[in-house]
Write a protein that binds this ligand. Structure first.
Ligand code: FAD
Ligand code: SF4
Length: 465
């Protein structure tokens, strides 16, 4: 019988005042009983609006139906038929603006907790499923290279390997996973989960070569010369943008990328790691996206007494996932909304001592569709801080474009690719943040999937010639 409760089955979480001092996962996940209870809220709608809301069209009512029946492995198989990273997506996808936004249960109450159920089925598989031998795949002897091991690269590599291609992933960092491993903090996405999903894909025979900066260690042309017959570029958008205001080179100013990489990838929050930990007392994080929320919540966990988010629009325009904004507020982060920094102030030793801001008001919507923030003249004020973390966006690193002939990029530095991921250079495909600019995990994974199928077609055609 359907569960007509208007609210989602609550998910157990660590208490805010406990979790804001540790890096363990905030949300603890559903038990079997909770998952079945939530699955019973799904009405198995005929027209499946939730599926349309998902960028990779996960077969949502079908997988939820299997959870209701207690057939968790079948639920996992349905999930992975269209999404290679369900444990990741169940945790970090912006469900409230995708599948759950379309769920009919959301009309008179809360939508079905699709993300929570996705996470449940994926975690259950990781922890409980009997280890099945990976299917033996008939190799076709065709070598393909993938640049970058984020969700775009991994998904593309997985699909190609499952179809018999000999896939090598080249990753510039010392660990695979892209932003999932170097950006998103442990308390939101445990690295052990990312590693399990990477291992799952490696089971299909993918080789991952780390510490390989394509464009420097080896160029795309050298990959072709080495016998790779097609290349997928999933190099992300890891180049931080700054505000271009006075004081940005002071000691104590970080890009969110650097700050989060030190903490997550280089494990500066853990004893026994050599990365110097930043000991801040008062921190200002500039920006309102997921990255800003992660940086602020990390700063709190690293021992800061006061952490501010400074954002130039209002709460309604915050681009971060609503769950993460809610978590940040619960943990004690203070939101300075409708405020914009104009200057970072330093002392005689060039160390940050404050950030000068102006108050803002909202005008008409701009090209992004959000209301344009306008500064109120003479409203300047200073917040005392010793650390400023800039989190106002990133763009693709120009390295690969600048060392690859015939590869075009647009004025934002994003690689030009058609709807199938084909770039302006023959045999080179691209997808994810490298093409769209900073976006989401599921869009990157979807682009990897689309490109993999276009690459297979391309290689098939090439063989015929
Ligand atoms: C802190 C943070 C929090 C986020 N939170 C969310 C969230 O909650 N939900 C969500 O959906 N999205 C979130 N995002 C965005 C999401 O993570 C990205 O959109 C997604 O990871 C993009 O995937 P990708 O595969 O295109 O690139 P990436 O994940 O950036 O991976 C690219 C990989 O390529 C490697 N690389 C780059 N250049 C080279 C080179 N020349 N040679 C070899 N390797 C190279 C990089 O080291 C990296 O590992 C967040 C992003 C950040 C930074
Ligand atoms: S829209 Fe909601 S209730 Fe309907 S099938 Fe999808 S998840 Fe179930």
């Amino acid at each position: 019988m359907a569960n007509m409760d208007k609210k989602k089955t609550p998910i157990p979480e660590q208490e805010p005042q406990v979790r804001n001092k540790n890096f363990e996962e905030v949300a603890l996940g559903y038990t079997e009983e909770m998952a079945k209870n939530e699955a019973a809220r799904c009405l198995n709608c005929k027209n499946k609006p939730c599926v349309e809301g998902c960028p990779v069209n996960v077969r949502i009512p079908e997988f939820i139906g299997k959870i209701s029946e207690g057939d968790y492995e079948a639920a996992y198989e349905i999930l992975t038929s269209t999404n290679s990273l369900p444990a990741v997506c169940g945790r970090v996808c912006p469900q409230e603006s995708q599948c759950e936004a379309k769920c009919v249960r959301g009309i008179k109450g809360e939508p079905v907790g699709i993300g929570r159920l996705e996470r449940f089925a994926a975690d259950r598989h990781i922890t409980c499923a009997e280890k099945k031998a990976c299917p033996t795949i008939q190799k076709n002897g065709v070598k393909v290279a993938v640049v970058g091991s984020g969700p775009a690269g991994l998904t593309c590599a997985g699909d190609l390997a499952m179809n018999g291609f000999d896939v090598t992933v080249f990753e510039s960092l010392h660990d695979a996973g892209g932003v999932l491993i170097y950006g998103i903090p442990e308390f939101r996405l445990p690295k052990s989960i990312v590693k399990k999903e990477v291992e799952q894909l490696q089971g299909y025979g993918i080789t991952i070569k780390t510490d390989m900066v394509i464009g420097k260690t080896m160029t795309i042309d050298e990959l072709f010369a080495d016998g790779y017959e097609a290349v997928f570029i999933g190099s992300g958008a890891g180049l931080p943008q700054f505000l271009n205001i006075e004081g940005e080179s002071l000691l104590g100013v970080y890009s969110a990328n650097e700050y989060l990489t030190r903490i997550n990838l280089m494990k500066s929050y853990k004893d026994g790691y050599d990365t110097p930990a930043v000991k801040s007392k008062r921190v200002a994080v500039v920006g309102g996206g997921n990255v800003a929320m992660d940086a602020a919540r990390c700063a709190q966990r690293m021992g800061a007494e006061k952490v501010y988010i400074i954002y130039r629009r209002s709460m309604d325009e915050l681009p971060a996932r609503s769950e993460e904004v809610h978590h940040a507020i619960e943990e004690g982060i203070e939101f300075q909304l409708l405020r914009n920094p104009v200057k970072i102030i330093g002392d005689e030793n060039s160390r940050v001592v404050g950030i000068e801001c102006v108050e803002m008001e909202l005008g008409e919507p701009d090209a992004s569709g959000r209301r344009r923030p306008i500064a109120k003249e003479g409203s300047n004020f200073v917040i005392d801080v010793d650390t400023v973390i800039i989190s106002v966006g990133t763009s693709p690193n120009p390295l690969i474009k600048s060392t690859t002939k015939g590869l075009e990029a647009n004025k934002h530095g994003c690689l030009v690719a058609d709807e199938n991921g084909a770039t302006t250079r023959e045999g080179v495909f691209a997808g994810g943040d490298a093409v769209t600019g900073a976006a989401t995990v599921i869009l990157a994974a979807g682009a990897g999937k689309t490109a993999a199928s276009a690459m297979m077609k391309y290689l098939e055609e090439k063989k015929k010639k």
